[in-house]
Design a protein around this ligand. Structure first.
Ligand SMILES: N[C@@H](CCC(=O)N[C@@H](CS)C(=O)NCC(=O)O)C(=O)O
Length: 191
C-alpha cells in the first residue's frame, strides 16, 4: 500500500512461502516477504523499512508524522512483537495445538491479543486514526493485522466491544487503495 500510495513502480513477484524461489533467498536469506530489490542490488527485507523508504520518495498526505516517530515505533513494535505472537496462537490454534495438549486455551490467546485492541480502541475513541485526525504510517502498518485477528473468528469480532476499531478497520478494507493492492497475481517462478 505504501509503494502504491507513493506512486513507486515495482515489478511484483508473487511467491509461495512453501516454495520460495532461489532468487528471493539469494537476495534475502531470512526468507520472509516482502523483499524489495533495487536495480543496484540493494535490498530491504523488513516491511516497515519498505514503507519508510516509499514515503521518503513521496508522501503527499503526510503519512510519515516525524513528530510522532517514537509513538509510531512503539505501536508498531507492540504489533509486530507481542500482539503478533498472540495473534498467531489464536489464528493458528489448531495447528499449534494439534497432537499435543495446548499450553493455553484459544480464549486465553485471544484475551492476550485483546490488550492491543483495547489500546487501539482507546486511541480511536479520541481521534479517527491512531495518531490523530489523519491517516499515518501506523494505521497502514497495523490494520492488516487487525484484519487477520478479526477474520480468525468474524462472529466473535462482530460482537466484540470495539466499535471504533471496527469502523476504522472497515474504512481501510473498503478503500480503493487496499482493494487495488489485494488483486491476485500469478506466482513467480525463477525459470
Ligand atoms: N518483520 C517482518 C516479518 C515478515 C514476515 O514474517 N512475513 C511472513 C509472511 S506475512 C513470512 O514471510 N513468513 C515466512 C514463511 O512463512 O515462510 C516484516 O515486517 O517484513
Amino acid at each position: 500500500m505504501a509503494l502504491r500510495y507513493a506512486g513507486v513502480q515495482v515489478e511484483l513477484r508473487e511467491v509461495l512461502l512453501k516454495d520460495k524461489p532461489a532468487s528471493m533467498l539469494a537476495a534475502s536469506s531470512k526468507g520472509t516477504v516482502p523483499v524489495l530489490i533495487f536495480p543496484d542490488g540493494e535490498v530491504l527485507d523488513e516491511s516497515f523499512d519498505v514503507m519508510r523508504w516509499a514515503l521518503a520518495q513521496s508522501d503527499t498526505d503526510h503519512w510519515w508524522l516525524k513528530e510522532f516517530e517514537a509513538e509510531i515505533n512503539e505501536l508498531i513494535q507492540w504489533n509486530d512483537g507481542e500482539f503478533k505472537q498472540h495473534l498467531d496462537h489464536y489464528k493458528y490454534f489448531e495447528r499449534y495445538s494439534s497432537g499435543k495438549s495446548p499450553e493455553h486455551s484459544v480464549e486465553f490467546y485471544r484475551a492476550q491479543a485483546e490488550e492491543f485492541l483495547i489500546a487501539l480502541e482507546q486511541r480511536l475513541s479520541v481521534e479517527r486514526y491512531l495518531l490523530g485526525k489523519d491517516i499515518s504510517i501506523a494505521d497502514i502498518a497495523i490494520f492488516p493485522f487487525i484484519r487477520q485477528f478479526a477474520f480468525a473468528d468474524k462472529n466473535w469480532f462482530d460482537a466484540s466491544p470495539y466499535p471504533k476499531l471496527k469502523i476504522w478497520l472497515a474504512g481501510f478494507l473498503e478503500s480503493d487503495l487496499f482493494l487495488s493492492v489485494m488483486e491476485k497475481h500469478p506466482v513467480w517462478h525463477d525459470e
